[in-house]
Design a protein around this ligand. Structure first.
Ligand code: AMP
Length: 273
């Protein structure tokens, strides 16, 4: 892959879409964005063990390589890079990329090794694929911010492009983990999107207190069976610090366990909307 990237880079713009596979329309939308942003689209499929904590779903994470390859090709990916775990993390691997501040919020609190794993694998993949640009989904808002910050802090010569969240027709954010949900849980999964819409409605009708909006969201989600809230936060879109008052555009993000499946979603909250 490195030798190939060297040859391609000389004359063409490489745009990279890293994924963990089990591709859905969200991933495919990023491949389409990549296609329009350069000449060669590289997609990686790698379920990265270092971003899963003990007791998380690394073993169960859904995998469907043949199907993924067909979908990626159909969408216009030129190269699909599928390294093995032993290739990326050989015996004796000991170097990690760690951000000091951004992981101390949101998902970083309940998944302590997650962003270290993400920053490390993205750095490795950037060194292997040597892209001019890379596309990440806003569905994982904190992840996009962590990657952008890492690229800036470490002078990586890669443009980071964020793609909007792709949703099911009823509003549920697409995720490979949605495949874990039973029929009843699938209904409860909609509570995340519903809470975000209700929050924007409160803001549009003049509510400015984050605490009151979060409290309403908690009640709304708790009314759905099998839901267990990990966090609901309203925060500064850049620093991810909590915002008590909504005086301008802010972001709201939430993580909710539905049964044993942890789902996340986020959206802009804008008083001008
Ligand atoms: P994953 O395979 O879940 O690690 O995701 C790979 C990339 O796809 C990440 O940049 C995600 O943010 C992005 N992604 C996942 N779900 C969606 C979605 N519903 N809409 C847009 N992008 C997504």
């Amino acid at each position: 892959m490195q030798a190939l990237a060297d040859r391609l880079r000389a004359e063409r713009r490489i745009v990279f879409v890293p994924t963990m596979g089990f591709l859905h329309e969200g991933h495919l939308s990023l491949i389409r964005i990549a296609r329009n942003a350069g000449d060669v689209v590289v997609v990686s499929i790698f379920v990265n063990p270092t971003q899963f904590g003990p007791g998380e779903d690394f073993q169960e994470y859904p995998r469907a390589l043949d199907r993924d390859l067909a979908l990626a090709e159909k969408e216009g990916a030129d190269i699909v890079f599928t390294p093995s775990e032993a290739e990326l993390y050989p015996e004796g691997f000991e170097t990690y990329v760690h951000l000091e501040r951004l992981p101390r919020h949101l998902c970083g609190l309940s998944r302590p090794v997650f962003f270290r794993g993400v920053a490390t694998v993205v750095t490795k993949l950037f060194h292997i694929v040597k892209p001019h640009a890379a596309v990440f989904g806003e569905k994982d808002y904190q992840q996009v911010m962590v990657v952008k910050k890492m690229v800036r802090d470490l002078n990586m010569d890669v443009e980071i492009i964020a793609g909007p969240t792709v949703r099911e027709p009823d509003g549920l954010a697409m995720s490979s983990r949605n495949s874990y949900l039973s029929k009843e849980q699938r209904r409860s999964a909609l509570s995340l999107r519903k809470a975000l819409i209700e929050a924007q409605q409160m803001v549009s009708s003049g509510e400015r207190s984050s605490a009151r909006i979060v409290s309403a969201a908690k009640d709304s989600i708790a009314s759905f069976p099998e839901t267990d809230i990990d966090y609901i936060r309203i925060f500064d879109p850049e620093t991810l610090e909590d915002r008590k008052e909504i005086n301008g555009p802010v972001r709201m993000a939430l993580a909710v366990r539905v049964g044993s499946t942890r789902l996340i979603d986020n959206d802009l909250l804008n008083p001008a909307r």
